[in-house]
Design a binder for this molecule. Structure first.
Ligand code: GLN
Length: 471
């Protein structure tokens, strides 16, 4: 069952070819066999998962098939709260933190009948693009163990790519669902900001944080999105909308983002996107190049805004209320200092420093406000591009998954986010789908970007591409 998609497994369950218990056992078996090598999971709920699956199997038929996720095992990123289960955010400061409640998306999965079998590894607090910044261990890319799986939801992507679960949830602030999906040959959605509840997602950058699914196909992704999307009174930024995949007669109007097809993108990736464009053309799509001049500043703006917000959001980890507390600190000031110093990793500290610097009275104008104005300009430039395009296309990453150690400086790591942060700044939905392979056989990802609330159209375009490219 391990290579099967979510949709195929849902059918097999419904037709009685396999039970949820059997399927869950197979997933756990796969984890036992592979995960010491890969490191996708931070915790596995073996007994609870088997219990939940057995319970599901005994439900009467009319209660069972409440959703396409019913009886399907899954995993969630460790920054999503799970009641009574360790939720570490990949950080030492929360190594023993057990929340008393479930994140709204976790409750939504349970309500849909999914069986949560564990929590996945991540860059600490979501800060990173490789999952090398977890306080616990690295995660390896199941397609090539010498390479990173992408980050920060690298554990979720690796778990799906290795056949340990048919789908998983990640979080995407600046690309953390899309980048690992791309590096692991999977489909990942960054939803429109506000359409999926963040209640119970540990805040990194509140103005850009989202939760999104990682799956093998676009159709599978839509099934998960339908289960987790919706207004939640516990998330003030939430909004409801009518999600459906449109049936279209008219051809798509496709814009290719010129700034993301230039020198910063490797030849292999650029060629793969050009080929994908031809696939869209073959469906009758009208294709044009669009220019978004402010894209060149997006990466700087993203790192300033996200670090500024992180420096404020992470102030709650002070050794008093949550998690790790240093010992023998003397006074309160030292308790804060030492607990944070010992509990937080280097990358997180770097962001806190950068963010605090950008927010000081002397620097606010030059950095923080300037970054916000780049964001505003970008929003208008995207709006202009969407005036005569239904979707925009661009790569998900400038290159294929790097090898461990290849990214030697923080700046090199940040550059992997070049193609994903613009949509985060503009609060747009973006679907990353596989579009070919490199010479070494490693996956290349393409983003399909839409107007706010156009998830249905993104899935339509993704499925159209998968069908046409598979011919
Ligand atoms: N890689 C980006 C960063 O390091 C994005 C992270 C994310 O989306 N959580 O900030």
């Amino acid at each position: 069952m391990q290579g099967m998609t979510l949709s195929e497994l849902a059918r097999a369950l419904r037709e009685g070819e396999i039970s949820s218990f059997e399927l869950t056992k197979q997933c756990l078996h796969r984890i036992h066999e592979e995960d010491t090598q890969i490191g996708a999971f931070l915790s596995v709920f073996e007994e609870d998962a088997l219990c939940a699956a057995r319970e599901f199997d005994t439900l009467p038929d009319r209660q069972k098939w409440c959703s396409p996720l019913a009886g399907i095992p899954t995993a969630v990123k460790d920054n999503l709260m799970t009641a009574g289960k360790r939720s570490t955010c990949g950080s030492r400061i929360l190594a023993d933190f057990v929340p008393p409640y479930d994140a709204t998306v976790v409750s939504a999965l349970k309500k849909a009948g999914a069986v949560i079998i564990g929590k996945t590894n991540m860059d600490e607090f979501g800060m990173g693009s490789t999952t090398e910044h977890s306080a616990f261990y690295i995660t390896r890319n199941p397609l090539d163990s010498m390479r990173v799986p992408g980050g920060s939801s690298g554990g979720s992507a690796a778990a799906v790519a290795a056949g340990m679960v048919p789908f998983a949830l990640g979080s995407d602030t600046g690309g953390s669902v899309r980048l690992p999906a791309s590096y692991c040959g999977l489909v990942g959605l960054r939803p429109t900001y506000g359409t999926v509840s963040r209640f119970g997602l540990t805040a990194f950058c509140s103005s850009m944080d989202t939760v999104g699914p990682i799956t093998k196909t676009a159709a599978d992704n839509a099934l998960v999105y339908a289960a987790i999307a919706g207004r939640d009174p516990k998330d003030a930024t939430g909004c409801a909308f009518d999600f459906h995949i449109p049936k279209r007669e008219e051809p798509l109007r496709v814009g290719v983002i010129a700034q993301l097809m230039g020198e910063a993108i490797s030849d292999e990736v650029r060629n793969a996107i050009e080929e994908a464009i031809d696939v869209f053309k073959a469906t009758g799509a009208m294709v044009k190049r669009v220019s978004l001049p402010s894209l060149c500043d997006a990466l700087y703006a993203y790192f300033i805004i996200s670090s500024a917000e992180a420096s404020s959001n992470l102030a709650r980890f002070d050794g008093v209320r949550y998690g790790y507390r240093a010992e023998d600190c003397g006074d309160l000031e030292n308790l804060y200092r030492q607990s944070r110093d010992e509990g937080l990793g280097e990358e997180v500290k770097r962001r806190i420093r950068l963010g605090t610097y950008a927010l000081t009275r002397e620097n606010k104008e030059a950095y923080y406000y300037r970054a916000l104005s780049v964001k505003d300009t970008l929003v208008s430039q995207f709006a202009l591009a969407f005036a005569d395009c239904d979707i925009l296309l661009c790569p998900t990453a400038p290159d294929i998954a790097p090898k461990f150690g290849q990214m030697q400086t923080p700046t090199q790591m940040y550059c992997q986010d070049l193609c994903t942060v613009p949509m985060s700044l503009a609060a747009l939905p973006a679907l990353s789908i596989p579009c070919g392979k490199s010479r070494e056989g490693l996956p290349i990802g393409m983003q399909i970007v839409g107007r706010p609330f156009s998830e249905g159209l993104l899935y339509y375009a993704g499925m159209l591409y998968e069908k046409e490219a598979g011919k």
